[in-house]
Write a protein that binds this ligand. Structure first.
Ligand code: NDP
Ligand code: GDP
Length: 329
């Protein structure tokens, strides 16, 4: 028997990079779905940054193209499938609601269908999101908290979540859904608030910029590190029975406090540099998210290992280093 084989969709994203590294370290043969791009030279920048670009096999495909997904699964025959691909930026989802529904929502069904048709014994992970709680119905959100999506992105994720549950119950697929709260890293997309802040702080520290324009500073998120969170994805697929799990740190912090931490890391004060710009406000806001990760702790033996302070320091340092080397990501 050779090494265990995994297929990751969304392999070029933040979590795809950390999960690839984690699975390779576990001895897996890792395959990734790559949507074709005219910028082939930069598309695998995160995989290069984390040092695994040459160790994984990439296959052309798109979540919206079922026949292509079937062909990739037939070629790879994976034991585990991690469906991480999505239009993942909440703010863009109001500008592109149909694309978001097609990729983030129906795309997951395409992947479930492809697995059901080609390799129904493969274990399946769906990247669900705390955004599904939206207008929170309980102060601390667990697997039993009712959902109330507040964006086209969250509505699409909720559909994908229920389809994952449905394929488990209807067809007996080993399909699990991880309801992951926000997780960040030096590989986070630049448009998300944490990375926008750490990149902005690094630019101001190096004298490249003077100001950083943000939106709602009062929003609160339960922020963890992507490196820790991909381990929870894998643990879900190692269980005898598929299930749904909240993955969170259990601590919530405002954008303002995250920002203050990042500026103070380089000896600056946010009051001197941050402005509020209405362009970054949203048509409907998720004011606060705070997860209860008890089930993941008890059943998976998982808990967050990186503190918010460590996360902020790592992200600011990575952005400083990147800018000094004139690199972009
Ligand atoms: P990213 O935005 O960094 O990565 C998204 C990935 O999906 C990229 O590889 C992107 O490819 C790919 N993709 C987008 N559209 C398609 C398509 N039509 N066909 C194939 N691939 C496509 O997301 P993260 O790594 O941060 O998140 C991973 C998953 O987890 C996402 O589904 C996200 O919604 C979800 N999630 C993330 C959370 C977080 O805090 N990070 C929290 C909860 C859930 P390309 O590089 O070509 O753009
Ligand atoms: P999300 O939780 O998936 O939407 O992740 P984001 O990082 O995009 O946003 C987290 C929170 O930060 C949201 O409540 C935003 O309204 C808030 N926020 C405040 N200013 C900004 C900004 O300039 N950019 C982004 N992306 N979010 C901001």
């Amino acid at each position: 028997m050779g090494p265990k084989r995994a297929l990751i969709t969304g392999v070029t994203g933040q979590d795809g990079a950390y999960l690839s590294k984690f699975l390779l370290d576990q001895g897996y043969e890792v395959h990734g779905l790559l949507r074709r791009s005219a910028s082939a030279d930069v598309i695998n920048a995160r995989l290069k940054w984390i040092g695994v670009a040459d160790a994984i096999t990439l296959h052309d495909g798109n979540l919206t193209d079922l026949s292509g997904l079937i062909r990739v699964l037939e070629a790879v025959r994976p034991a585990e499938v991690y469906n991480l691909a999505a239009q993942s930026f909440v703010k863009s989802s109001w500008q592109q609601p149909i694309l978001t529904g097609t990729v983030t929502g129906l795309g997951a069904t395409n992947m479930l269908e492809a697995v059901r048709i080609v390799c129904p014994d493969a274990r399946f992970y769906q990247a669900s999101s705390s955004e599904m709680y939206g207008l929170i119905q309980e102060p601390v959100q667990s697997e039993t908290t009712p959902f109330y999506p507040r964006s086209p992105y969250a509505a699409a994720k909720l559909y994908a979540h229920w389809m994952t549950v449905n394929y488990r119950e209807s067809f007996g697929l080993h399909a699990s859904s991880g309801i992951l709260f926000n997780h960040e890293s030096p590989l986070r997309g630049i448009e998300f608030v944490t990375r926008k802040i750490t990149d902005g702080v690094a630019r101001i520290k190096l004298g490249l910029e003077k100001k950083l324009a943000l939106g709602n500073l009062d929003a609160k998120r339960d922020w963890g590190h992507a490196r820790d969170y991909v381990k929870a994805m894998w643990l879900m697929l190692q269980q005898d029975k598929p299930d749904d799990y909240v993955v969170a740190t259990g601590r919530t912090t405002s954008v303002r406090d995250f920002c203050a931490l990042a500026f103070s890391h380089v000896g600056l004060r946010m009051e001197d540099h941050v402005t509020v710009d209405e362009r970054y406000l949203r048509p409907a806001e998720v004011d606060v998210l705070l997860g209860n990760g008890t089930k993941a702790k008890e059943k998976l033996g998982w808990k967050a290992e990186t503190t918010l302070e460590e996360l902020v320091a790592e992200m600011v340092e990575a952005d400083l280093a990147r800018l000094k080397r004139h690199e972009h990501l």
